[in-house]
Design a protein around this ligand. Structure first.
Ligand code: NDP
Length: 486
């Protein structure tokens, strides 16, 4: 009788698959981009932008000051009149051109996004850059159809719009803001975050290549003071901001009493709700995608995991098993799931809140993995035994940390999900379509995903309730903030 051969367990490891950055040609220094040209900042100030995975300096970048802001506003004002006077179809053509150039330079943009921000190349290559181009394509199509997007009302552009974006999706946030603003006939002044200015500066080069009329887009790299000067500048007609709730409140106060339009896209503590009738394996993938995507540096991250008690043990076990398979490391490696934390400052914020979670009595589990010697890193972490009053259940951690809570009934799930000062997004995992719609209708969240999470599309509106801000970006709804209607 033949004896079955003994089966040996093979452990396969990944070989490194780093994306080469050899063909990326960055300048040693970047100035401000105003009037279609790069120039030294009038402030005379600059600072290096640093790769958070290696702490290596990448390039020296200008820090725009008040004089740069005033100059950019003046130039944008002149350019805007001519831009708005162009036939809308022509404006659309420029946006199509920008979108196509972004696609042509997609590989370079993805690498630079990953080097400057720390996110895995898989994400910048497959999500950030294609979605950024898709937003330009989408709003290019809207340029001559704006009336249809705002219920046929009379409309005109605001004029000069100031746009401030954060460091978690640098190019994508720039596209979310610039594309609708330009389609509607505004001139825009964009301030990227100080830790991730590079792709916005490459986008400035793309605007040059597209022969966008000078002054229609200005890029003012800088720090918080640059942003503060921009929102307070005379001659600004509208401000669009994405970032922390604290700065959003400061901007709202600064604009009080001024006839300046404002949209705010702020923080979140979004609930990802798993019902007992959900496909558990699918839900676990969604939980992972919801919180570990982009190291959890996502305003709509599913950071509050609510699981029905009857399946809590199963979900917890499967989630923990899945988490241990996540690969943390070199963001330029195509196998990497979790890249570098964007800055030392952000790492300190994450560590502080995680320490608070432990102090308050929640149970912490962090996956064991090799942490690179240089750079800023935080390994995927799961908190259980979390009470709704714990800081880790209330405050935005903005890192790869998920807090798991349980519920017994649908009503309790809704109450717990809405028990937050934020209202940006939510996820619902259930096999019952009717239940998903019933729950979604009762959630105070701007976006509700069903059996998926962190799914973005240029045709869909995105924005929040409560302290997550107001105004919508994306789709037809994203046109409204960029026009005055009468
Ligand atoms: P900020 O809100 O400070 O930064 C967002 C943008 O605003 C950046 O471009 C920043 O410039 C600029 N800015 C900073 N201060 C001012 C000001 N007074 N007036 C105008 N613009 C300003 O966020 P942080 O980077 O400090 O992150 C802090 C926390 O905010 C995170 O831990 C996270 O919880 C949350 N956050 C939420 C985001 C979201 O998408 N909802 C995005 C980013 C952060 P600069 O970068 O140069 O300082």
């Amino acid at each position: 009788m033949a004896v079955a051969p003994e089966r040996t367990r093979l452990t396969w490891d990944y070989s490194p698959a780093p994306e080469s950055a050899d063909h990326v040609r960055l300048r040693d220094a970047y100035g401000v981009f105003v009037g279609g040209e790069f120039a030294d900042p009038r402030s005379g100030k600059s600072a290096p932008t640093v790769n958070p995975a290696t702490e290596a300096k990448i390039a020296k970048v200008a820090i725009a000051g008040e004089e740069d802001v005033a100059h950019a506003v003046k130039v944008a004002r002149e350019a805007q009149r001519k831009w708005a006077a162009l036939p809308a179809l022509e404006r659309g053509k420029y946006l199509f051109r920008i979108a196509r150039l972004m696609q042509e330079r997609a590989r370079e943009l993805a690498i630079v996004e990953t080097m400057d921000g720390g996110k895995p190349i898989r994400e910048s290559r497959d999500i950030d850059i294609p979605l950024a181009a898709a937003h330009f394509f989408h709003y290019a199509g809207w340029a001559d159809k704006i009336g249809y997007g705002i219920a046929g009302r009379e409309h005109r552009p605001h004029g000069v719009v100031a746009q401030i974006v954060p460091w978690n999706f640098p190019l994508l946030m720039a596209a979310w803001k610039l594309a609708p603003a330009l389609a509607c006939g505004n001139a825009a002044i964009l301030k990227p975050a100080d830790t991730t200015p590079l792709t916005a500066l490459l986008l400035a080069e793309i605007c040059q290549e597209a022969e966008l009329p000078p002054g229609v887009v200005s890029i003012l790299p800088g720090n918080g003071a640059t942003g503060a000067a921009l929102v307070r500048a005379e001659g600004i007609d509208k401000v669009a901001f994405t970032g922390s709730t604290a700065v959003g409140k400061d901007i709202q106060a600064a604009l009080a009493g001024r006839d300046v339009g404002l949209t705010l896209e702020l923080g979140g503590k979004s609930a990802n709700i798993v019902f007992e009738d959900a496909s558990i394996d699918q839900a676990v993938e969604g939980i992972v995608q919801g919180i570990f995507f982009n190291q959890g540096h996502v305003c709509c991250a599913g950071s509050r995991l609510l699981v029905q008690e009857s399946v809590a043990e199963q979900v917890e076990a499967k989630l923990w098993e899945r988490m241990q398979k996540l690969r943390l490391g070199d963001p330029l490696d195509k196998n990497t799931d979790v890249g570098a934390v964007n800055s030392g400052e952000q790492l300190t914020r994450i560590e502080t809140l995680v320490a608070a979670g432990e102090d308050e009595g929640a149970t912490r589990r962090t996956i064991a993995c090799d942490i690179p010697e240089r750079g800023h890193w935080f390994a995927p972490t799961l908190f259980t035994e979390v009470s709704p009053v714990h800081r880790i259940a209330v405050e935005e951690i903005f890192g790869p940390v998920v807090s798991m809570l349980t519920f017994r009934t649908q009503a309790e799930a809704i109450e717990k999900a809405n028990n937050s000062k934020y209202g940006l997004a939510a996820g619902i995992w259930t096999d019952k379509g009717g239940k998903a719609f019933e729950v979604a209708a009762q959630l105070k969240a701007g976006v509700v995903w069903q059996n998926t999470y962190n799914h973005f599309d240029p045709t869909a509106a995105f924005g929040g309730y409560k302290e997550s801000g107001f105004g919508r970006e994306g789709g037809a709804a994203g046109l409204r903030p960029y026009v005055r209607v009468s």
